[in-house]
Ligand binder design. Structure first.
Ligand code: DGJ
Length: 735
């Protein structure tokens, strides 16, 4: 059905397979938001809106003596500014006359086939099979000449609607934007809603918090220059009763890697306004006459099928419409071993080859040379920016090292941290002006490194040239792109004093240009993102990298929470997960089961493992390959919540046709002489019969889902179980 315009009622309704989203050009040509939820066909939903004389809520001048129409009480698609709506706004603009005002009226709309694009930032894309329509609605302020162009794309089958926004200065003088939110959704009653977010910290990213809406502005955001470890640009608004399996859930996922803000405001009348976009902190963007400013895209989903249903919508969509890399679908990801926790920066070519030789016995496909191979880098105090091979360490040269690894039948990967510079580096000595540093002040230290001014063209070009030179010098199959500090000292030598409020955003735009110049020009390389673990784990980054390092915390029990939280929006196929020495008393097999909740690999000195341990690893690498299609393509179910006290954590992947499933359980807290525990499967065909781990006994899907699988109690602490559930030819009728 796509986008339906009803000229008579002046409604525009966006339809996906199971949802509808309606706006209306209403009273005085304001654009009202009328509905987002289950399909409503084409009913004009404006019957819901009642108007009263609301004290202290102003009325537009054109309403004359009618006191019942106030923008303060109307649901809007994009807010006005200083027009009597005192809730949080979509926009804050300073007009050329110094006034803070925007009175946007709908002046135009158009529907087109296919997906709109942004010129400066990544967006999701439509594939050939997708039915996608786009809508543009223009709101114009007749006095200032400021125009806001609202963009929508409707992905029918995926049940996804995306939004983005542009501001065009159609006036004669420059204006300044202080705030521009990409999305605004006004709910007529939000008092029964909860807000779910993914806060965290270094080593503990994307933990899950749920809070009831109260009469405040609840904010989620980052001012660290990146989307950050501390918050993720993702929010869920759901019914208070919503569970994993049931209830209305709305998701908002922002395609932006810099400072972001989401605000959820429950107002005086229990209406709920949700806005999300670039964080207004230290954001003042000049838009000259005729110029256009773009805000990032927001990916919205709605379901009545609870939190699992919402995750499935995002997982499916992000697996097919986010990243164009061939490693998303066509080419299976390698099992890798990373040198970081094996050697940190204490390695040379011989050590790396020895690790690779041992890893080959463990079924590993790829060796990654992490931090420490360039400049004079023996610790983290120097050399960032000097992307030249350190031949004191890699004595045989990079080319030869890669050949030696390839001769073992393995592939080679390399680590970079392109955006950063050490004070002790050739690059800094030559170009101190390329660094973010406020004149006359010392820069804030963080891991003893500074950020490059990514907004500068010369910096971007230097990085594209340098990184590409290394990538093209040898047979490199994989690159890990890291960033290890939050930004401070926001200042660009390339911008005049009155445009320093643009630098945070210009950094992000510069970063995307560098990523385009490196990643898009190397379609055969597998890229993994990283920011001291899983900072900056956002959909814009995932449009470049098919996988992202979840956390520097490799402890398998902590990982249960990390994978659980990350899975609310990001598919398992994006989650970098390794077996390491962390968790000394936890069995290797358990570590492997946890790492199979992600892209699976190793991060330890393989030469230190016994033959028996290497054999266990080989067996686990083979199991990962055996289950790869289920893990990467299946529907993911969180079967338990590791944040609540329980005796085990369980999760499950189920192929779309329900023919195969992998159910994993880690026993975390066995009580002495305790009750028998059962894990109930999800997503199976109730009428089908299944085997478990290729054994003869048959179980109906219904039994596995309703009665569950008994979990052996008499096992050592932290034992893990993996149940490979496979449909048999028989169905329940034959039993
Ligand atoms: C932080 C990353 O998360 C680690 O995996 C490692 O690459 C180090 N940086 C290297 O400095």
């Amino acid at each position: 059905m796509g986008i339906i315009v009803n000229e008579k009622c002046r409604t525009i309704t966006l339809h996906t397979k199971n949802t509808s989203y309606q706006m209306k050009i209403g009273n005085l040509d304001y654009l009202f938001h009328l509905y987002y939820g289950p399909t409503i066909y084409d009913a004009d939903m404006s019957y819901q809106i009642k108007q009263y004389d609301r004290g202290f809520s102003g009325n537009p001048y054109e309403s004359r003596n009618a006191r019942t129409f106030s923008l303060d009480a109307q649901p809007q698609e994009f807010t006005t500014q200083q027009q009597g709506d005192f809730r949080t706004t979509s926009i804050e603009v300073i007009n050329s006359d110094g006034s803070y005002s925007f009175n946007g009226k709908a002046v135009d709309y158009r529907v087109t086939k296919g997906k709109y694009r942004l010129d400066t930032m990544p967006t999701v894309f439509a594939s050939k099979e997708d039915h996608v329509e786009s809508l543009e609605v223009t709101l114009a302020d007749a006095v200032s000449g400021v125009q806001v162009i609202l963009m929508y794309a409707v992905f029918e089958e995926a049940d996804i609607i995306t939004r983005a926004v542009k501001v065009k200065n159609a006036g004669e003088e420059r204006i300044h934007l202080n705030k521009l939110m990409s999305v605004c959704v006004d709910f007529l009653n939000g008092s029964g809603m909860d807000l779910i977010s993914l806060p965290g910290r270094y080593g503990q990213e994307r933990q899950v918090e749920r809070q009831p809406m109260t009469h405040h502005i609840h904010t989620i955001g980052s001012v660290r220059g990146s989307s950050s470890h501390q918050q993720n640009p993702f929010a869920i608004l759901c019914d208070r009763e919503a569970t994993e399996d049931y209830g209305k859930c709305y998701g908002f996922s922002l395609m932006y890697s810099g400072n972001f803000l989401a605000e959820a405001e429950l107002d005086q009348y229990d209406q709920l306004r949700f806005v999300m976009g670039i964080n207004p902190k230290q954001f003042v963007y000049e838009v000259g006459p005729g110029e256009v400013f773009e805000g990032p895209e927001v990916v919205m989903a709605f379901t009545t099928k609870g939190l699992t249903g919402l995750s499935h919508l995002y997982h499916d969509f992000y697996r097919s419409n986010l990243c164009q890399s061939k490693f998303v679908r066509e080419v299976q990801r390698p099992v890798l071993i990373n040198s970081w926790e094996a050697a940190f920066m204490d390695f040379d070519d011989v050590k790396l080859v020895n690790i690779a030789k041992a890893a080959r016995n463990m079924g590993v496909d790829l060796l990654v040379m992490d931090d420490g191979w360039f400049g004079k880098r023996d610790d983290d105090n120097s050399s960032l920016g000097d992307w030249f091979v350190n031949e004191d360490k890699i004595k045989c040269g990079l080319h030869n090292l890669v050949e030696q690894i390839n001769d073992l039948g393995m592939k080679f990967g390399i680590w970079f941290e392109p955006e950063m510079v050490s004070e002790d580096s050739r690059l800094y000595r030559t170009h101190p002006e390329w660094t973010m540093q406020i004149p006359g002040r010392h820069a804030v230290r963080s891991r003893n490194q500074m950020a490059l001014d990514m907004s500068r063209r010369e910096v971007q070009d230097y990085l594209i040239e340098r990184v590409n030179a290394i990538l093209d010098d040898a047979n490199i199959y994989y690159m890990k792109w890291d960033i290890n500090r939050s930004l401070a000292d926001i200042w660009s030598n390339a911008q005049p004093a009155d445009r320093q409020g643009e630098v945070y955003h210009r950094y992000v735009l510069g970063l995307y240009r560098v990523m385009d110049g490196i990643i898009k020009t190397h379609p055969d390389i597998l890229f993994e993102g990283c920011s001291g673990g899983g900072g900056r784990y956002d959909p814009a980054m995932l449009s470049y990298y098919p996988q992202y390092w979840v956390s520097d915390n490799n402890h398998p029990i902590d990982r249960l929470k990390l994978h659980y939280g990350t899975s609310f929006v990001y598919p398992v196929s994006t989650m970098g997960a390794h077996i390491s020495d962390s968790g000394r008393f936890i069995p290797l097999r358990t570590k492997a089961v946890v790492a199979m909740g992600g892209t699976f690999g190793y991060e330890l000195d393989a030469t230190h493992l016994s033959e028996e341990e290497q054999a266990i690893c080989r067996e686990q690498s083979d199991l990962f390959r055996k289950y790869y299609h289920i893990i990467f393509e299946g529907d993911y179910y969180r079967l338990s919540n590791p944040f609540t006290v329980g005796n085990m954590t369980a999760w499950q992947h189920v192929l779309k046709d329900k023919s195969e499933s992998l159910l994993s359980v880690v026993v975390t807290n066995l009580t002495c002489n305790g009750p028998q525990e059962y894990v109930k499967a999800k997503g199976l065909d109730p009428m089908a019969m299944y085997t478990i781990n290729d054994e003869e006994e048959l179980y109906s899907g219904s039994a596995l889902m309703n009665a569950g699988i008994p979990i052996e109690r008499e096992v050592p602490e932290y034992t893990a179980f993996q149940f490979h559930i496979k449909k048999s030819e028989q169905n329940t009728e034959g039993v």
